[in-house]
Every structure is written in structure tokens, then in C-alpha cells.
Design a protein around this ligand. Structure first.
Ligand code: GLP
Length: 245
């Protein structure tokens, strides 16, 4: 596990973009695991800049997103498919056929989750997975009590996360109560992982994930098992770490 602490959310976003860019430059067909939420938005803007400046080419890049709300079509402005199109895919030269987001409308969710896992494997696995972190330690929609072996599946979203995510919806009632998410086991199979976090509201959970015991109460703590995970932290989010890194 590597910890990088930076002075601002801008620097965190640039560092994240630099790591993603390096993966795409090393392998133009890289398989990227992508995240939504407020945290990676500026990192995606940096990647768009690099593409527009001719530094990066996404023509052959391939992506799998972590999760999607159940019941929201890709045209809904709070669906994660819509988020990805708006914040990244529509602004770069990626082939949309090479972008995957779990299907929140699948009639047979179990089958669709198994197919998602199979596709990740068939495409050679995820080279670089980008993560954010929920204030309760969730990664993707793997809420506390999610096991280390979990795979892509339908899950209930915790009340804490519903409250956190309500800011994106008109009212709390509109926040979906279930989602389809890659599992912890799916995420840990990625060759490299970067987790971005900024803001003092993430300080406690970052300290727990990095320095606390490995526990399913803080799903992000399972990243301590992974051989190549980098936490890219803005200084407020890192402020409760006890170690000097
Ligand atoms: C959502 C997503 C997570 C994300 C988290 C944190 O619940 N499912 O993948 O990491 O929110 O979001 P934010 O970056 O807005 O704090």
C-alpha cells in the first residue's frame, strides 16, 4: 500500500489522472475500472484535457464501471452510465462499445451480474481500478458487512449512503435503495488500484481503512490485502492518519 498526500483536491485529481494516463500510455488497450461520485470528477476533467492536448489516446481503451443504481435507465441524469458519458466518455475518443456499466434495469439481475464478471475476465481483467470511498468505508456499493469474496451482485444501499447521496437527487425519497455493484473480490482482482479521497469528512474513514484492522465493517480496509494499491489523498482527508508517510 502506498500513500500519497497532496495539498489540494486539484493536485489529487492531477495525480490520479497522471496514474490513469500512465496506464493508457503503457497499454493503449488498457482495461480501466472506473468510479463515480463527486471525488473523481476533476480527475476525469484532467483526462479530457490530456486527450484534447493530444497527450492521450483512448481509441482502444476499455472500461468497466464499478456500479449502477437499480431501476435507473442510462438516460436518467443520476444514473452512473449518464454520469460517465457526461463527465468523460462524451469528451474523449473512446469507443462506447468498449465501455461497460452494470445494467440496473436487467430483468435477470443474477445472470447479468455473472455476465459482467465473465466479461471482465474475458477482456483480461482490470489493469487499473479507480476508487472513491464512502463516509462509512464503502467502496463501489459494497457497504459495511460486505465480505472479501463478494462478486458483482445486487445489494441494498445503506441508510447512511442514501443520506450522503441524496444531495444529487431532488429529495431523499428519489435515491434508489438498491444497486448492482462489483464485489470486493472483483475489485481486489484488479492489477493496480488507486483510491482518491478529499475533504475532512473522509478523514476518519481513511484512517480506519489505512491504519485500522482489516474488517468487513470498513470494506475499504480489505485493500490492505492488495499488492498494489495507492491512496491518493488531499491533506484534509489524510489528517487523521497517525503514521508519517
Ligand atoms: C457512491 C459510489 C462510490 C463512491 C462514493 C463516494 O456511493 N457508489 O463508488 O466512491 O459514492 O462518493 P463521493 O466521491 O461523492 O464522496
Amino acid at each position: 500500500m502506498e500513500i500519497i498526500i497532496l495539498n489540494s483536491a486539484e493536485e489529487m485529481s492531477k495525480k490520479g489522472a497522471e496514474i490513469v494516463a500512465a496506464a493508457v500510455k503503457r497499454n493503449p488497450k488498457a482495461v480501466l475500472g472506473l468510479a463515480t461520485g463527486g471525488t473523481p470528477v476533476k480527475m476525469y476533467a484532467e483526462l479530457i484535457k490530456l486527450y484534447k492536448n493530444g497527450v492521450l489516446d483512448f481509441k482502444k481503451a476499455r472500461t468497466f464501471n464499478l456500479d449502477e443504481y437499480v431501476g435507473l435507465p442510462g438516460t436518467h441524469d443520476q444514473s452512473y452510465r449518464y454520469f460517465m458519458n457526461e463527465n468523460l466518455f462524451n469528451h474523449i475518443n473512446i469507443n462506447k462499445k468498449n465501455t461497460n456499466v452494470p445494467d440496473g434495469l436487467a430483468k435477470d439481475i443474477e445472470k447479468s451480474c455473472a455476465a459482467y464478471e465473465a466479461k471482465i475476465n474475458a477482456w483480461g481483467g482490470i489493469d487499473l481500478q479507480v476508487l472513491g470511498i464512502g463516509s462509512n468505508g464503502h467502496i463501489a456499493f459494497n457497504e459495511p458487512l460486505s465480505g472479501i469474496m463478494t462478486r458483482t451482485r445486487k445489494v441494498a444501499i445503506s441508510q447512511r449512503t442514501i443520506t450522503d447521496n441524496a444531495r444529487f437527487f431532488k429529495s431523499m425519497n428519489e435515491v434508489p435503495k438498491t444497486a448492482v455493484t462489483m464485489g470486493i473480490g472483483t475489485i481486489l482482482k484488479a492489477k493496480k488500484i488507486i483510491l482518491l479521497a478529499s475533504g475532512s469528512n473522509k478523514a476518519d474513514v481513511i484512517a480506519a481503512a489505512v491504519e485500522g484492522p482489516i474488517t468487513h465493517l470498513i470494506p475499504a480496509s480489505f485493500l490492505q490485502f492488495h499488492p498494489d494499491t495507492v491512496f491518493v489523498l488531499e491533506k484534509e482527508a489524510a489528517s487523521k492518519l497517525k503514521g508519517k508517510y
